[in-house]
Design a protein around this ligand. Structure first.
Ligand code: NDP
Length: 295
């Protein structure tokens, strides 16, 4: 068996095109959704990520507000900016790029964001809404994963899903989304006993670990849907000395021989995260004004 490659880049482009149409309609009603992105410090990877977010925000017709703060910013200063953005009617979504410098308590910042503008879905109110089945803003990466799973199989009811990783931003919300789809969900982590055996039970296997190619082909059940969230930069001597490449948490070539469908890295989950961020910004703009969310 050779797996269907789930093309996250193409899916994300389609989603962004639909968002752009909806934004055009809203603009006709005098509403232009706005996304504020805050970055503290000069981490080059975060800078690039934020630049891409800002470009795509403008590409779909939304307003982008970028706030770049020095690494020495205090917690009080950042909380002050969040309060200002909470109060700004032009801002529908607020994203504070993580990680933050160590003098700032990230959880405090997350909890300071107005939950109706929390487009990352990290606020405990939104996490709680997801857990209790109440509509709210859903964490972008797991939402993107679910859309990709549903692009190859609509009805997930009764399937065994294994999520490897239990972070607040990926693993836990992913598990909640799959429970809501009536999957039987196992959440695995670094203390899980016999992880390969646990993974072999999965009809849907989501790897969100941060360990390059940890999930081997013989951990994958024949016919499983495999979603690889991992983004790991590793050395790539074949391309020349000092060169690197990005790989996922799944040994792609091996797993693709066994799975029915699999996301590549890059080009799988990654592009969906930004697309879902824009989708959440659109949703926040509609919800805050009592306008129905365009389908
Ligand atoms: P975290 O480091 O917060 O969580 C990693 C999880 O993996 C933890 O629950 C940890 O277990 C578990 N884990 C670590 N080692 C093992 C192991 N050997 N066996 C089993 N479980 C293990 O990472 P994130 O959730 O933030 O991110 C996970 C990956 O996804 C990273 O590669 C990250 O770069 C990527 N990512 C990609 C995004 C995208 O847009 N595509 C967005 C966000 C993240 P424990 O809790 O026991 O420590």
């Amino acid at each position: 068996m050779t797996a269907t490659i789930i093309d996250g880049k193409a899916y994300a482009e389609g989603l962004c095109a639909r968002i752009a149409n909806a934004v055009r309609d809203l603009s006709g009603q005098g509403v232009t959704p706005g996304l504020a992105v805050v970055i503290v410090g000069e981490d080059p990877a975060s800078q690039l990520y934020v630049k891409n977010k800002a470009r795509q925000t403008v590409d779909v017709g939304m307003r982008s507000f970028k706030h770049v703060l020095p690494a020495s910013t205090s917690e009080a200063e950042l909380l002050g900016l969040v309060a200002q953005l909470n109060a700004d009617p032009a801002v529908d979504g607020i994203l504070v790029q993580l990680p933050l410098p160590k003098q700032i308590d990230a959880q405090k910042v997350i909890e300071a964001i107005d939950p109706t503008k929390d487009v990352d879905g990290f606020h405990p109110i939104n996490a709680g809404k997801l857990m209790t089945g109440v509509p709210g803003l859903i964490s972008c990466t797991p939402l993107g994963c679910l859309l990709l799973i549903q692009s190859v199989r609509r009805d997930l009811s009764g399937l065994n899903a294994v999520v490897v990783g239990r972070s607040n931003i990926v693993g836990k919300p992913m598990a909640q989304l799959l429970i809501a789809q009536s999957c039987t969900v196992t959440v695995a982590h670094s203390r899980t006993r016999d992880l390969p055996e646990v993974c072999r039970e999965a009809d849907i296997l989501v790897a969100a670990v941060g360990r390059p190619e940890m999930v081997r082909g013989d951990w994958v059940k024949r016919g499983a849907i495999v979603i690889d969230v991992g983004i790991n930069r590793v050395s790539n001597p074949a391309a020349g000395e000092g060169r690197t490449k990005v790989v996922g948490d799944v040994a792609y070539a091996e797993a693709a021989q066994v799975a029915s469908a699999i996301t590549p890295v890059p080009g799988g989950v990654g592009p969906m995260t930004i697309a879902c961020l824009l989708r959440n910004t659109l949703e926040a703009a509609c919800l805050r004004r009592g306008i129905p969310m365009p389908q």
